[in-house]
Design a binder for this molecule. Structure first.
Ligand SMILES: Cc1cc2nc3c(=O)[nH]c(=O)nc-3n(C[C@H](O)[C@H](O)[C@H](O)COP(=O)(O)O)c2cc1C
Length: 139
């Protein structure tokens, strides 16, 4: 079973946690990057709006290592209670049968996103196998 860690990160915290996890499992760690550089203002306005609507943002081509994996461990920051829009771009690229573990990183360490994420993944034919909220460590 091919396992890959993938992440989107604006401030670097999700990236750091993703890299630690990938290292501990000795699997690849791959970034999903937005096409345009995201400002903090855009994150709090259009970004939060899209996050709440579970809408994607424009991202660079998603690695075949991600789309071709059997099991994906995804790290993403919480914006307005939901994963940042690049997470939705990643989910849109998944294929049927993939198993997905989601780790949401947030200031509070709390989100109620799990049921909506499960439904979104199931609509793609993918399966949420684990969900964790993580409180971002102090920088
Ligand atoms: C636009 C924006 C919205 C956020 N909304 C929330 C939120 O609703 N709840 C929360 O606990 N933290 C929220 N945060 C804090 C981030 O989830 C937290 O700082 C996270 O560690 C950022 O990850 P990153 O460094 O990988 O980008 C928000 C941060 C930003 C920039």
């Amino acid at each position: 079973m091919k396992t890959v860690v993938a992440y989107y990160s604006l401030g670097g915290t999700s990236r750091k946690l993703a890299e630690e996890r990938a290292r501990s499992m000795d699997v690849p760690c791959i970034a999903v990057e937005e096409v345009r550089k995201r400002s903090i203002i855009s994150a709090f306005t259009a970004g939060c709006y899209k996050a709440l609507q579970q809408k994607p943002s424009a991202v660079k081509p998603i690695s075949e290592e991600i789309t071709g994996s059997d099991r994906l461990i995804v790290f993403a920051p919480v914006w307005a209670g939901m994963p940042a829009p690049a997470y939705n771009s990643l989910v849109n690229a998944l294929h049927s049968g993939q198993e997905v573990e989601v780790v949401l990183v947030s200031g509070s360490g709390e989100s109620k996103a799990e049921p909506r994420l499960r439904e979104q993944l199931e609509a793609k034919g993918a399966k949420l196998i684990q969900f964790t909220n993580v409180k971002a460590p102090e920088k």
